[in-house]
Design a protein around this ligand. Structure first.
Ligand code: ADP
Ligand code: ZN
Length: 619
């Protein structure tokens, strides 16, 4: 059997995705590999398929219990004998799993790194009839101290390998790898002449947008209602910066009748687990959460991720937003920006407790780096270039600069002359004896008469009241643009203040004009209206192509899937994905043979569920 046959037989897919085939082939030839692929690209297939084809056992090292559970669940659904060994098992279960493993019952075993060195596990690994032919390290960036998720227990992998009398093929897989991290992975895991595959970071099926609503909550409700009208029952995550926000939004949405649940570090373990499962098993549609939610959640049919607050850097943003659309179907990533978020994040950076073990010098460096990252994140919210282009550029990748699937690409901009405003702002700041925050500068320019302005004598500023006819919102926009273009910069430890730069000094001395791009408000509405009518957005989801009647069938199949899921205690998407159900609804397979041709239907699932689904389709 060839890899492609395994792909069809077990997983029901017809073609490999970018990068999968060469990574699989290399392992089969006995060569170490390093696979760097974005979330949702299909990394697991890259080690699961060789595992099924090689003699002996494959160990998969994975950092999180939930990840292991998810992947082992999916494998068992596909008819592959797999197991996991981690601290979620009772002693009895653990011993039993090891015994079955020794008897050769499992082709694939997921292990937590801290288990590798335990006596029981070593005894198993070293027993005579056990041969570990392949060791796959998932989330391999966890070995690197440079990464965000360093796990000291990952260093145990090498110690373990050295205890084996032979060396298995080693594969490392990750979605995040800067050069430092990549080098670390190769060094620390001692990969031998590895085949390195880096696929692009782009996730074509994701639509990106940044919005600056006056009333975020209203906008959110509007979005959710609109969505429900167009595609009922889709899952989504709403990320908030603080627990309080999570509580608040969740409470309000629930009162409005939405199917929501919540997740943050302040809840009991029990409630977190329950809420997470409600979401994964489609018992609740919307998850409102802090960034504590999501690591290791493999739910592949998340259709939207809304950031109710701006996260602290692009790394976090792309990781969190990337939890949408792992199944490759269209999904939306929308960020709501408000200036307050910058301050909150800044506060977290200044007062962060994460870095307590670092010495003062390093801590200062880390802080500066984090502030720089926050700045790049803020710029994402203000750029008028293609958002995908901005993201890819941030991660060091080129792109055409026009994707046609982000809000900026779909918005018409007009250039607005802001020369006079810019000169007034800079002049105003230079005339002050010290630096102030954005709101104070705006107060001066608009001639506010509040206590702070008067008591500090800021009404003496030569620019006091000179821009009184311009709205606060517009002034904020202009100041942001000036920061974006390097005319102003943020500084200050305790309270963020803005200051002028060399570039602004030069600007004041020449007579250049300054323009900024602003969305044409009306046009924007029209563009988004048009896009829905003509469907000009790239690929609509498989379900969106269905006729009214097939859509009914699709909904019925989803109900049936739900029943199976409840019976088997696995998430519905593990039975069949939405895409597979949509393809079934459109193709109306008349028999099992025709059903097997549908992407996502493997032989095992065909046997298990085929008849029941056919019955409904042929009714
Ligand atoms: P990653 O670990 O890279 O984030 P996964 O391995 O979880 O990604 O795969 C994401 C989704 O893509 C899963 O639902 C998986 O079944 C699907 N997938 C993987 N490979 C293929 C393929 N060749 N064709 C179609 N779907 C695939
Ligand atoms: Zn774009």
């Amino acid at each position: 059997m060839e890899p492609i046959d395994i792909l069809k037989q077990y997983f029901g897919y017809d073609t490999f995705r970018e990068g999968q085939r060469p990574l699989i082939d290399s392992v089969l030839k006995g060569r170490d590999v390093l696979g760097i692929m974005p979330t949702g690209a299909g990394k697991s297939m890259c080690f699961q398929i060789p595992a099924l084809m090689m003699e002996g056992i494959t160990l998969v090292i994975s950092p999180l219990i939930s990840l292991m559970k998810d992947q082992v669940g999916a494998l068992n659904q596909a008819g592959v004998h797999a197991a996991f060994l981690n601290s979620s098992l009772t002693m009895g279960q653990y011993v039993k799993a090891l015994r079955l493993a020794k008897e050769g019952r499992y082709k694939i075993i997921y292990v937590a790194p801290e288990r590798l060195e335990t006596e029981g596990f070593l005894e198993f690994a070293l027993s005579e009839n056990v041969h570990i032919s392949f060791l796959a390290v998932d989330e391999a960036h966890c070995v690197s101290q440079w990464g965000q998720d360093f796990r000291p227990s990952y260093l145990k992998i090498m110690e373990f390998l050295k205890k084996l009398p032979y060396r298995p093929v080693v594969g490392a897989y990750t979605a995040t790898a800067t050069e430092d991290v990549r080098d670390d992975i190769m060094d620390i895991l001692e990969l031998q002449n590895p085949y390195v595959m880096t696929t692009g970071f782009d996730r074509e099926n994701l639509y990106f947008a940044v919005k600056k609503p006056v009333d975020k909550y209203k906008e959110l409700v509007h979005y959710l209602k609109d969505r429900e009208k167009k595609f009922s029952g889709s899952s989504g995550i709403i990320y908030c910066l603080t627990r309080k926000n999570v509580e608040d939004i969740c409470y309000r949405l629930r009162k409005e009748g939405f199917s929501v649940t919540r997740y943050h570090a302040g809840l009991s373990d029990e409630e977190r687990k329950e809420n997470q499962e409600d979401f994964i098993y489609d018992r609740r549609q919307i998850m409102v959460a802090t960034n504590a939610f999501g690591m290791g959640i493999d739910k592949s049919d998340v259709r939207f991720v809304i950031h109710y607050n701006m996260p602290k850097n692009m790394e976090s943003y792309y990781q969190e937003a990337g939890r949408a659309g792992r199944d490759g179907e269209p999904a939306e990533c929308i960020l709501y920006y408000e200036p307050m978020d910058v301050r909150t994040n800044r506060f977290f950076i200044e007062n962060g407790e994460d870095n307590e073990e670092l010495d003062e010098f390093t801590r200062q460096l880390v802080k500066e780096r984090d502030i720089e990252r926050l700045k790049q994140m803020t710029f994402y919210c203000f750029t008028s270039e293609c958002l995908r282009h901005y993201i890819l550029k941030y991660f060091g990748e080129n792109s055409s600069g026009y994707c046609g699937n982000c809000l900026n690409c779909m918005t018409q901009f007009e250039e607005v002359d802001i020369t006079n405003e810019a000169r007034a702002i800079i002049h105003c700041m230079d005339a002050n004896r010290m630096n102030y925050g954005v709101s104070t500068i705006i107060d001066i320019l608009r001639g506010a008469k509040n206590q702070k302005i008067l008591s500090k004598g800021l009404n003496q500023n030569p620019e006091y009241g000179t821009l009184s006819q311009i709205t606060v919102a517009r002034l904020r926009q202009i100041i942001q643009e000036l920061m974006y273009q390097g005319y102003l910069e943020l500084s200050g430890d305790q309270y963020p203040v803005i200051q002028t730069t060399r570039k602004s000094a030069e600007f004041q001395q020449n007579n250049r004009t300054l323009v900024m791009k602003l969305a044409k408000e009306k046009e924007q509405e029209e563009v988004s209206g048009r896009k829905q009518k003509r469907g000009s957005r790239k690929k609509a989801g498989a379900a969106a192509m269905l006729s009214e009647k097939d859509l009914e069938l699709f909904e019925t199949l989803r109900v049936l899937r739900r029943e199976f899921a409840e019976e088997e205690k696995v998430p519905p998407y593990m039975i069949f994905s939405d895409k597979t159900l949509a393809l079934m609804s459109a193709a109306h397979p008349a028999n099992l043979e025709e059903m097997l041709r549908i992407s996502g239907v493997g032989e095992f699932k065909l046997q298990k569920y085929g008849e029941r689904f056919l019955q409904v389709i042929c009714r």
